[in-house]
Design a protein. Structure first.
Length: 189
């Protein structure tokens, strides 16, 4: 019988801090070898009157991509359970919600509703939620589509998803939500 080749020795894994170690927080900076395990996607939400645009980051929180939309039903409760289902399906570890302030930066009826949704998402999931001023995200999405020679006819949901993508990319660009482009709890713009 032929002999089987010897398997190579696997490299040892880095040692993570233990409870006896001084209380150093586990972040991407303090445990660089654990970075992949600590990085998660973010789900951005552009909460509109008729539709909720969604975008998701990559696990390194560098790039934002459209992730569809949810059609809102008039007179019905906010789609919090559906947002949670989408976040779980996309393996997200935090939320970014656009806060629809008025032209002067003041609260609106919808911004109060978004604050309620943010609190509920945080309460139900335990995940961090960041609120971001979204006054110009939809206008920027429409402008981007027009500049590329596109049309929005019959594509309103795509516009909302693009608005959420623009919102999320702005947060990722400034290192927003927890560890390495991350987030830390309900932020207030």
């Amino acid at each position: 019988l032929p002999t089987l080749p010897t398997l190579p020795t696997l490299p040892t894994l880095p040692t993570l801090p233990t409870r006896s170690t001084p209380s150093t927080p586990l972040t991407l900076e303090t445990v660089p070898d654990a970075a992949p395990a600590l990085r998660t996607r973010l789900l951005a939400v552009d909460y509109g009157e008729r539709r909720v645009g969604l975008a998701v980051s990559d696990p390194t929180r560098t790039i934002a991509s459209p992730a569809g939309f949810i059609v809102r039903r008039a007179g019905k409760r906010p789609p919090i359970a559906e947002l949670i289902r989408r976040a779980e399906a996309l393996e997200c570890g935090g939320f970014v919600l656009g806060l629809p302030l008025d032209g002067e930066g003041e609260e609106t009826e919808r911004s109060r509703e978004v604050r309620h949704i943010a609190a509920e998402l945080e309460r139900r999931t335990g995940l961090a939620v960041q609120l971001v001023d979204e006054r110009f995200s939809s206008a920027a999405a429409l402008r981007a589509i027009r500049e590329m020679g596109g049309t929005t006819r019959g594509r309103k949901g795509d516009v909302d998803a693009l608005a959420a993508t623009i919102l999320l990319q702005q947060v990722l660009g400034v290192g927003g939500v927890g560890g390495g482009g991350g987030m830390g709890g309900t932020g207030t713009p």
